[in-house]
Write a protein that binds this ligand. Structure first.
Ligand code: ADP
Length: 419
């Protein structure tokens, strides 16, 4: 699986894991508080019902005449229904609930009271709860049975609406938790992503670095088959030199694999700049020739003073520039190598009459992974060569720049301190 896909998948999994745990905790706590709040509300309902019923029973025990108006007021204020039986006979007042669902509840209470349950008693019918209380009041001239019923319909509706509000709150909080987890896991995985990007960069860099000497070796080996001495020996020498360069590159790349940044250590030694350029010329003569490009070199008559440079690194820069010139110059073109020594500075110049570089891209080409538009890029290149060259020259305290070749093409100039 592609690494970026793996990271995305891990991010999504981590998001759901973290958010899932948080959601379970938040939901458990919310529903616990909801339960406690429902219990309290119910206890309040029972208490209010008990108070209303107790005052009703007391009043009835004290009154000799019970007026329907008084009962009606009491029912309205306490949201209850009352039925009274005098010595086993229904009051006329009872008729108003006869045949209704409340009337059925009264009948249920009378049946239940024979089992002598504890009052208040909770009954339910068709999904609605009713708090009920039956009381037998003994009077001088017999007894009175008083039953109070309190429908919990409104209370149940209130609980349902509270539950809905809680559920909505939990859903919004869950969504928020998912978003927060997604953001946080993204931040958590960022260092891994950077590390992975560096690794990819390293692999591309390594293959780019190795490809140049390898293509020289393959061309020389091919040419060796047909060549005769002493030409053959020259090819063999080039193969040996490039083989050695590859071996050095591999030695350099391995420690680079362990570091996150592309860093170059420069080991300067005294060297002859002309010999350096001649070696590069020798190395690329055949690949240029194979593409039908003429590669030539001009060295001033005045010998350049020995300079302190990292020979291998500068050879690497020249290789990158010449390889690019070959890649971006069509067959029949021409590449020119030269060396200058001016104002205490050493210059290597690689000039071609190839496809050239538009002005707006001249700065961009030195950035890592920058590649020209599709029509102008060489397939198989990673856009690393010039950035590597730029870093190496910079590490020497020099500059790598590009300009147009008069008449078309590109001219790269390596400026180095000449001591
Ligand atoms: P690449 O590996 O793609 O060649 P480089 O960093 O070496 O990467 O070069 C970056 C881009 O600069 C190339 O894709 C190409 O568009 C442009 N470029 C480099 N050298 C030349 C050149 N000699 N002529 C024209 N364009 C060039």
């Amino acid at each position: 699986m592609e690494n970026s896909k793996l990271i995305r998948k891990t991010r999504i999994r981590l998001t759901f894991l973290c958010a899932g745990i948080a959601i379970v905790i938040v939901s458990a706590m919310s529903f616990y508080f909801l339960h406690i709040s429902e219990q309290n509300l119910y206890a309040n309902q029972v208490l209010a019902f008990e108070n209303t019923s107790a005052s009703l029973f007391y009043n009835i025990s004290q009154q000799t005449v019970i007026r329907p108006r008084w009962l009606e007021n009491l029912e309205q204020n306490g949201n209850v229904f009352v039925q009274i039986r005098d010595n086993g006979k229904d009051y006329l007042y009872n008729n108003k609930t006869k045949g209704t669902s409340i009337g059925e509840i009264f009948d249920m209470v009378y049946e239940k009271q024979e089992e002598q349950p504890d009052f208040p008693l909770l009954l339910s019918q068709n999904g609605t709860g009713y708090l009920t209380w039956y009381n037998k009041i003994v009077k001088e001239n017999g007894f009175m049975e008083v039953t109070v019923v309190y429908p919990l319909k409104d209370f149940q509706a209130q609980l349902a609406s509270q539950k809905r509000t809680f559920l909505q709150a939990v859903l919004w909080i869950s969504l928020l938790l998912v978003l927060i987890s997604f953001y946080l896991t993204g931040r958590l995985l960022k260092p891994i992503q950077i590390n992975q990007k560096n690794q990819n960069y390293f692999i591309s860099s390594a293959s780019h670095e190795l490809r140049t000497p390898l293509s020289v070796i393959l061309s020389c080996a091919n040419a060796c088959r047909m060549a005769e001495d002493p030409e053959r020996n020259r090819f063999l020498n080039t193969i040996e030199t490039e083989g050695l360069r590859m071996s050095h590159l591999i030695t350099d790349l391995l420690p680079l694999a362990k570091t996150d940044a592309l860093t170059y250590t420069i080991q300067k030694e005294s060297c002859d700049p002309d010999a350096l350029l001649l070696d590069s010329y020798d190395a690329f003569r055949i690949p240029a020739h194979e593409k039908g490009i003429s590669l030539n070199i001009t060295l001033p008559e005045q010998i350049a003073p020995a300079c302190n440079l990292d020979k291998r690194r500068i050879a690497q820069v020249l290789a990158i520039l010449i390889q690019n010139a070959i890649s971006y110059t069509p067959s029949g073109g021409c590449i020119h190598l030269s060396r200058l020594f001016k104002n205490g500075k050493l210059y290597f110049i690689v000039s071609d009459n190839g496809i050239g570089i538009p002005d707006q891209e001249k700065k961009e080409i030195f950035k890592k992974f920058y590649r020209g538009d599709v029509s102008r890029r060489d397939p198989g290149h990673f856009g690393l060569g010039l950035s590597i060259g730029y870093e190496i020259v910079k590490a020497h305290g020099g500059k790598l720049s590009v300009a147009d070749t008069p008449g078309g093409g590109s001219t790269f100039r390596v400026e180095l301190p000449g001591n």
